[in-house]
Design a protein around this ligand. Structure first.
Ligand code: GRF
Length: 195
């Protein structure tokens, strides 16, 4: 059975594109049913339009003092789209406990570091400043604790002499675009085997 995937975005959506492109292969076994953004200006939205994937916006600024209502709106949109799995792809909001528990084991995120190192933001600058030789990216299951869920896949890339956060980010991004679809495909297969 084809797995229905929703993708949550806030920004440029290059990982979203990689996921949508990978799912266009019938062998993948999944279809993108919704791209959902908290940011009405996200470039990802126009990219999704061009790829004929339905989009929706739930602007977090309308829920400033009520995060739970924001999460509930997100939940409603995902349920309405019949999503089986949710992929966070540069989604810059923290999802609350109720949401995470509702979707337990069904939400993946991609993070630009070799977790458990460098949780949070500004990962590339921190890795360079620490004199690390390697950086990378991680796909993990989303749990209540930020960037701390079980790791589903990782790719390491070298940090080269003279690297800036931007040059490193570009190298890591290429790895992200290969890793995320690969892990999603395997994750779906594993879920289908266990159901
Ligand atoms: C990526 O670096 C991803 O690891 C992080 O946010 C960034 C999203 O980039 N979670 P894009 O929107 O997919 O281009």
């Amino acid at each position: 059975m084809t797995c229905k995937v929703a993708i949550l975005v806030s920004g440029t959506g290059t990982n979203m594109e990689a996921l949508i492109d990978a799912m266009s292969d019938p062998e993948f076994g999944a279809e993108p049913v919704l791209v959902l953004s908290n940011n009405p200006d996200a470039v990802a939205l126009s990219k999704a339009h061009r790829k004929n994937v339905p989009t929706s916006v739930i602007d977090h600024r309308n829920f400033r003092h009520d995060r739970r209502s924001f999460d509930r709106k997100m939940n409603e949109a995902l349920v309405e789209a019949n999503a089986d799995i949710v992929c966070l792809a540069g989604f810059m909001r923290i999802l609350g406990e109720e949401f995470v528990r509702n979707w337990e084991n069904r939400v993946l995120n991609i993070h630009p570091s070799l977790l458990p190192d460098y949780k949070g933001l500004d990962t590339h600058r921190r890795a360079i400043l620490d004199g690390r030789e390697q950086a990378g990216c991680t796909v993990h299951l989303v749990t209540v604790e930020l960037d701390a869920g079980p790791i589903a896949g990782q790719t390491a890339v070298p940090i080269l002499p003279g690297d800036t956060p931007d040059s490193l980010a570009a190298r890591v991004a290429k790895a992200e675009h290969r890793l995320y679809p690969t892990v999603l495909k395997e994750f779906i297969r594993a879920q289908q085997r266990s159901s």
